[in-house]
Design a protein around this ligand. Structure first.
Ligand SMILES: Nc1ncnc2c1ncn2[C@@H]1O[C@H](COP(=O)(O)OP(=O)(O)O)[C@@H](O)[C@H]1O
Ligand SMILES: Nc1ccn([C@@H]2O[C@H](COP(=O)(O)OP(=O)(O)O)[C@@H](O)[C@H]2O)c(=O)n1
Ligand SMILES: [Mg+2]
Length: 208
């Protein structure tokens, strides 16, 4: 159960039985997805799955896909869905939790359509951190996590990929009224106040 060796079909059967509740967390590079996910985990007991973190762990593990993933990340390109979806499925199956924040996925239409087709999971909603490029650039250049893609050349490529490939995914979910948009160019605490409103059940919001 939940091991890497089980066939794909079995992974999907087990995942369907688990009926995970999923929130997609989207926004440009440096918009604060990871930072706010950490706050959400603490307050609302979700499990945080960052697609980028899972891909970076895959490189470190010495997997056969490692070199390909590393090259794609350095160029700011989006890794083929098959690879990322397998990592997300495995992480959801191995977790005891049934509530997940999927951060940085789906990043293009291929990601979105493949995840839907393979897992049959529809997100409860999509949390979208809207932030001006100028602010995101400033944050990424001072992130200091030693990431190979936090240099100005790759950052520009990531911004282009975001505009061309990721914004259409957000538009897709807007048309389904699933997007909860947050103004992200504010201090971390203020952004989290807006996030809390989204995650607090409606009945609790009317407490005087
Ligand atoms: N609201 C904010 N104001 C200022 N800096 C922020 C804010 N949110 C995050 N940061 C910082 O900006 C950088 C990018 O944040 P991160 O959460 O990693 O973004 P993302 O996952 O969307 O790329 C980090 O160094 C983080 O500490
Ligand atoms: N769904 C995804 C998510 C990330 N990635 C790759 O991983 C890189 C870093 O993603 P990330 O989510 O950690 O980056 P941030 O938005 O947090 O800065 C992306 O630029 C892509 O190269 C991907 O290929 N597919
Ligand atoms: Mg991140």
């Amino acid at each position: 159960m939940g091991t890497v060796s089980v066939a794909n079909k079995d992974i999907n059967v087990s995942l369907a039985e688990k009926k995970p509740r999923v929130v997609f967390v989207l926004g440009g590079p440096g918009s604060g997805k990871g930072t706010q996910c950490a706050n959400i985990v603490e307050h609302f007991h979700y499990t945080h799955l960052s697609a980028g973190d899972l891909l970076r762990a895959e490189i470190k593990s010495g997997s056969e896909n490692g070199t390909m993933i590393q090259n794609m990340i350095k160029e700011g390109k989006i890794v083929p869905s098959e690879v990322t979806i397998k990592l997300l499925q495995k992480a959801m199956l191995e977790s005891d939790n049934d509530k997940f924040l999927i951060d940085g996925f789906p990043r293009n239409e291929e990601n979105r359509a493949a995840f839907e087709a393979v897992t049959k999971i529809e997100p409860e909603f999509v949390l979208f951190f809207n932030c001006p490029e100028e602010e995101m650039e400033k944050r990424l250049l001072s992130r200091n996590q030693g990431r190979e893609d936090d240099n100005i050349e790759t950052i520009r490529k990531r911004f282009n990929v975001f505009l061309e490939s990721s914004l259409p995914v957000i538009e897709h979910y807007k048309a389904k009224e699933k997007v909860r948009e947050i103004e992200a160019a504010k201090p971390i605490g203020e952004v989290f106040e807006a996030v809390k409103v989204v995650f607090t059940p409606k009945a609790e919001k009317v407490v005087a």
